[in-house]
Structure formats: C-alpha cells, structure tokens
Write a protein that binds this ligand. Sequence first.
Ligand code: HEC
Ligand code: HEC
Length: 269
Amino acid sequence: MWAINLRIAAVVLGTLAIYTLIANKIPQVQSEVPRALALGADVTPEQLVSAGDELYNGSGGCTACHGLGTRAPNITSDEKGQGAIGARCGSREPGKDCKAYLHEALTRPGAFVVPGYEPIMPDVSRTLSPQQIWALVAYLESLGGTVTVTAADIPAAGGLTPGASPGNTQSGGGSTAFAGGSTDPMAMLRDGGCVGCHKIGEEGGAVGPDLSRVGARLNAAGIREAILAPDAKISPGFENFAGIMPKNYGEQMTAGQLEALVRFLGGRK
Ligand code: HEC
Ligand code: HEC
C-alpha cells in the first residue's frame, strides 16, 4: 500500500517540478515584448503614438505583412497614390472618420476589406489589449494625418492598476487574462485568437498551418516551442509567413493554460 502511495507522491512531485520549470522558463522568452501599456487618464497623444510605433514595428507583428508590397497595403508609405494610412483612413468608408475606420480595421477586419487584398488581416483584439489598440490607432493616424485619439478613448477599466500613479507606463501587463483565464483548449484556441490564423477541425483561418493533426507532426516539446518561440523553427511551407505568429503568448498564458493547450494539440493526430 505504502509503495503505491509513494509512487503517487512521486508522480505528483514530478508533475509539480515540470510545471515549476515551465513557469520559470516562460518569462525568459518574452524579451522583446513591449513594455505592457497601462496608459492612464493623463496619457498624451505623443505617448500613445510612440507606444503604437513600438508595437507596429516590433512585437505587434504588423510588418510581417505590411510594407512588403504585395501581401498587404502599405501603411507607413504611399498606397496606390492615396498617401500613407493617416492620409487615406478618413475616406475609406462613407460616414466613418479616420479614428473609427482604423479601430474597425484592427478589431473587425472583415467589416471592410481593402479591394485587391485577401481577408487575412488578423483581429488584433485577440492578442492586444484595448490600450495597445488605441496606441496603434494613434500611431497610424500620425502617419500623414492628425492624431485624434485622446485619453478619453482609452477604456477606464484595466488602464491603471489601483494605486499606481496616473500615466505610469511601466506597471501591469496582461491586465486581461489570456482567453479569460480558461484552460479549455478550444476556448483558448478561439478566444486566444489562434483560429484567426490556424484551421482546427472545421473552423479557422489559413494563414498558418492547419493544426487539426499537428500532433502527428510535432511532439509536445515541438508544440510548446512553436507557441512560445514561433520564430525558433518555421513550419515547412510557411517560410513566407515567418514572423506573423505573435511572439508574446508565453507572457500571456499561465503555465497551466500552456500545458493544457500543448496536451490537446499533441493529441490531435
Ligand atoms: C497576416 C497578414 C497581416 C498582419 C499580420 C497584419 N495585417 Fe493589416 N492588413 C492585412 C491585409 C491583407 C489588409 C488588407 C485587407 C483588409 O482590409 O482586410 C490589411 C489591412 C490593414 C489596414 C487597413 C489599410 C487600408 O489601407 O485601409 C490597417 C490600418 C492595418 N491592416 C493595420 C495593421 C496593423 C496595425 C497590424 C499589426 C497589429 C496589422 N495590420 C497586421 C494583412 C495583415
Ligand atoms: C497572426 C497569425 C497567427 C496566430 C494568431 C497564431 N499563429 Fe500559430 N502560426 C502562424 C504561422 C504563420 C505559423 C507558421 C510559421 C512559423 O512557424 O512561425 C504558425 C505556426 C504554429 C505552430 C507550428 C505548426 C506546425 O505544424 O509546424 C503551432 C503549433 C502554432 N502555430 C500554434 C498556435 C497557437 C496555439 C496559437 C494561439 C495561442 C497560434 N498559433 C496563433 C500564425 C499564427
């Protein structure tokens, strides 16, 4: 009897050790992720623009598609004689001003698809916070236009951690839990934005590899690496899409969420 108990204890301890290892490992892969934004009540347009600039040209992953010429419209430079994005955003959709159009382009990309392009623009609200999205809108407006985003646009909730000084741009981080904190794999794949790019079963997009049978290609370690460090190994056939997959999932997910996802995907054979 005690031998069985001992074995159970060993398994429990082993599992705990693995989780601890993973939990310790996660922060190390986040290095280039933007300093989390906690843009408060007195944030200036300049602060928003510079935060948006950092996201656009960094971990936001935008430049994987934009600025290469053919896959997506130019953003920072002229697009077909209409100017940079800040100059043309106000005339894209009748009745929609620049700010409203840009916010829609980022969070409901299917609502208006720029003619001549495939609808592959991801819904960034699945990977970025509302503050980060408004920072991007401000940055995009600044490219040839006038910045009209103000602190009033930033949702009050989640902006500042209680007690932090207003305008503190250092604190916090994932104020919104990844997939609402769920450990249900399908909920994470949907709410985490994975299906925006990956097909799984009948649903999902075709920007990244179909994950329906990913367990037949990759073992658990391979899947974990693909999620935490997407650029470490590029999936064969997807070289042109290298750099698109967000690199900050390791920072957003808890160790438990990550392992639930890895186990689920590893079982898809
Ligand atoms: C997977 C490729 C891809 C990624 C990544 C991507 N986009 Fe796009 N984006 C597109 C494509 C294609 C379009 C044009 C089709 C459409 O309107 O949906 C587009 C459209 C847009 C537009 C509207 C452009 C116009 O001329 O009206 C904006 C603004 C935009 N993207 C901003 C961004 C930002 C900011 C990011 C990063 C957070 C980003 N995109 C990431 C592919 C991408
Ligand atoms: C914006 C698009 C995008 C999003 C969002 C995205 N991925 Fe990816 N993913 C890709 C692309 C493109 C590749 C292939 C290129 C590469 O390896 O980086 C990829 C590769 C992978 C691979 C390796 C697959 C293989 O067969 O080699 C796994 C696993 C994966 N993603 C899981 C996820 C999970 C889980 C999520 C959500 C938590 C997610 N991805 C979100 C675009 C995306």
